[in-house]
Design a protein around this ligand. Structure first.
Ligand code: FAD
Length: 289
């Protein structure tokens, strides 16, 4: 099913994310985690491409098993900055052959110590989106950044670039994680004002590792609200307590989003079925599948 059709429904839906294993030895473990997440009946499961510690190698395979063996809609991420256009075209063709209808089209982070852009490579996700459109009837998602992308000095420039990207053929946007919903509401106001009208799916990260999260937020420029910082300071050294607090904080964010009329929320579940399960249990009367 195309995600743009799922997004037309007016009842709350939750989707989850998994990432491919670092090595082939980890493949079965990731598949087992994915099966457990699929059993929660999410609206779709996304599979990252070379992000979150996994490689890009198995993205197509995992996305096709989610669809064919688990009966859940899948969304395959695809980054373009570190591969030649020919390699990217090959992956798009593989996705088409496997019947995967949804692609999250991304530039990817610029590899260190390279001259950007390399010959025969893409500059920006917008160019990838134009190419995907010529190669099949895909539903295309893209990334957006409520706090602005790290490379953009001014949010207004980032929003102008986002408008161009959406106009190249984006069906929906998924946000970078954020820990203060007001940042998302302000972003939505600003992009709607600039004529970006496609559905925006907020991405929520249940934080289960305090130290890692502080580092990620420093790198990505994500703001940590006082309330969240207090949780990290108090529970960051105790993995079980941090997981419980992280799940509670994420649940609170999701309930506030749904209460404010946002029906589709994406959870960065990081191959952790226990976290996905706990969140779904917390939402059992709110999200009914
Ligand atoms: P773009 O949309 O191309 O934007 C990149 C930067 O260039 C922005 O600062 C933008 O303002 C600027 N820009 C865009 N167009 C122009 C233009 N025409 N002229 C000048 N400047 C321009 N990474 C992975 O490696 N694998 C994944 O699976 C993955 N999944 C992600 C999922 C989500 C929901 C998000 C939010 C991010 C994900 N990322 C992933 C990270 C992403 O690849 C990086 O954030 C990357 O640096 C930017 O990718 P993009 O597609 O947003 O780039």
């Amino acid at each position: 099913m195309k995600i743009r059709d799922i997004l037309k429904t007016e009842t709350p839906h939750i989707s989850f994310e998994v990432f491919p294993p670092k090595t082939d030895a980890g493949f079965n473990g990731v598949m087992s985690a994915t099966e457990q997440i699929a059993a929660l009946h999410p609206s779709y499961i996304s599979v990252t491409y070379g992000a979150g510690g996994g490689t890009s190698k198995n993205t197509v395979e995992i996305a096709s098993r989610i669809r064919d063996d688990m009966g859940v809609t899948s969304l395959a991420h695809l980054t373009c900055v570190s591969s030649t256009k020919d390699t990217v075209h090959h992956v798009i063709d593989q996705l088409k052959e496997k019947g995967i209808e949804n692609i999250l089209a991304l530039r990817g982070d610029i590899p260190k110590d390279t001259d950007f852009p390399l010959p025969d490579h893409y500059h920006y996700a917008s160019e990838l989106i134009e190419d995907i459109k010529t190669r099949g009837d895909f539903c295309i998602g893209a990334a957006c950044y409520p706090e602005g992308h790290v490379e953009s000095e001014y949010k207004k420039d980032d929003i102008r670039n986002l408008k161009h990207k959406v106009d190249c053929g984006v069906d929906f946007l998924t946000t970078q994680m954020f820990f203060d919903n007001n940042i998302l509401y302000n972003f939505l106001y600003r992009i709607r004002e600039k004529g970006i009208t496609v559905p925006v799916i907020p991405g929520i990260m249940p934080v289960t590792n305090g130290k890692q999260m502080k580092r990620i937020c420093e790198l990505s420029g994500t703001i940590l609200p006082e309330r969240f910082r207090a949780i990290l300071d108090r529970f960051g050294e105790d993995p079980q307590a941090m997981q419980q607090a992280g799940i509670a904080y994420a649940t609170d964010q999701i309930i506030d989003l749904i209460a404010n009329g946002i029906n589709n929320v994406h959870i960065y579940s990081m191959n952790k079925p226990e976290v996905a399960r706990a969140i779904m249990a917390n939402l059992s009367e709110i999200v009914k599948g």
